[in-house]
Ligand binder design. Structure first.
Ligand SMILES: [Cu+2]
Length: 221
């Protein structure tokens, strides 16, 4: 992958992640605008001679430079709140995937189709095949149906872990003694990669997450 390609976020594969990507762009536009404006004012201040020792206030100017940033903050906050509630409202139906974090691997269970718990370990470097992603491939992938909503439940068997799937907009703590639930709608079939996102010990970076989204008919078969 090219250098610039790596700076991008992953392609969205769920509606909520597509929304988050749009919000990211929205926020970046605001940031670039503010940064450019402040830089311009900074440069102007250095080079002009419009300063006066006797001027202590400028009511009109102060009113403007209070109200404009406030409006900008609202412009940022409203879509952010909308997204927050959209995330909360994701339907919790469909196939349930239970993922349990361990030091240092994940184990998965899909009770509704009678799939009992299996472990998902990272593929070690000498065992990689041509074209595999280093530190991202696993021996047993979790499978979920595409074109429908699913539910992911995470928990942990030892310390805090975090189940993350960037292209689905899912990032959820795996907490011992607790079940966390999140809905996700996978739009396209494919193989999706993620990594544990909570420092969980020595091999934290060696317990990747791979979900294979397949057609519902194949999934049930
Ligand atoms: Cu970790």
């Amino acid at each position: 992958m090219s250098f610039w390609g790596q700076l991008n976020l992953m392609d969205p594969a769920s509606p909520i992640q597509a929304e988050m990507l749009l919000f990211h762009d929205h926020a970046i536009v605001l940031l670039i605008g503010i940064f450019s404006f402040v830089a311009l004012i900074g440069v102007k201040l250095v080079f002009n001679k419009f300063s006066s020792r006797t001027m202590h206030e400028a009511q009109q100017l102060e009113t403007i430079w209070t109200i404009v940033p406030a409006l900008l903050l609202i412009w940022l906050a409203l879509p952010s709140l909308r997204l927050l509630y959209l995330l909360d409202e994701q339907s919790g139906s469909g196939i349930i995937l239970k993922s349990t974090g361990h030091q240092w691997y994940w184990s998965y269970e899909i009770p509704s189709v009678g799939l009992e718990s299996f472990d998902s370990y990272m593929v070690q470097e000498p065992d990689l095949e041509h074209g595999d992603y280093r530190l991202l491939e696993v021996d047993n992938r979790a499978a979920l149906p595409s074109h429908m909503s699913s539910t992911v439940i995470t928990t942990s068997a030892d310390v805090l872990h975090e189940w993350t799937l960037p292209s689905m907009g899912v990032k959820m703590d795996a907490v011992p003694g607790r079940l966390n639930t999140m809905g996700m709608f996978i739009e396209t079939p494919g193989i999706f990669y993620g990594q544990c996102s909570e420092i969980c010990g020595a091999n934290h970076s060696m317990k990747p997450i791979v979900v294979e989204a397949i057609d519902i008919a194949d999934f049930l078969a």
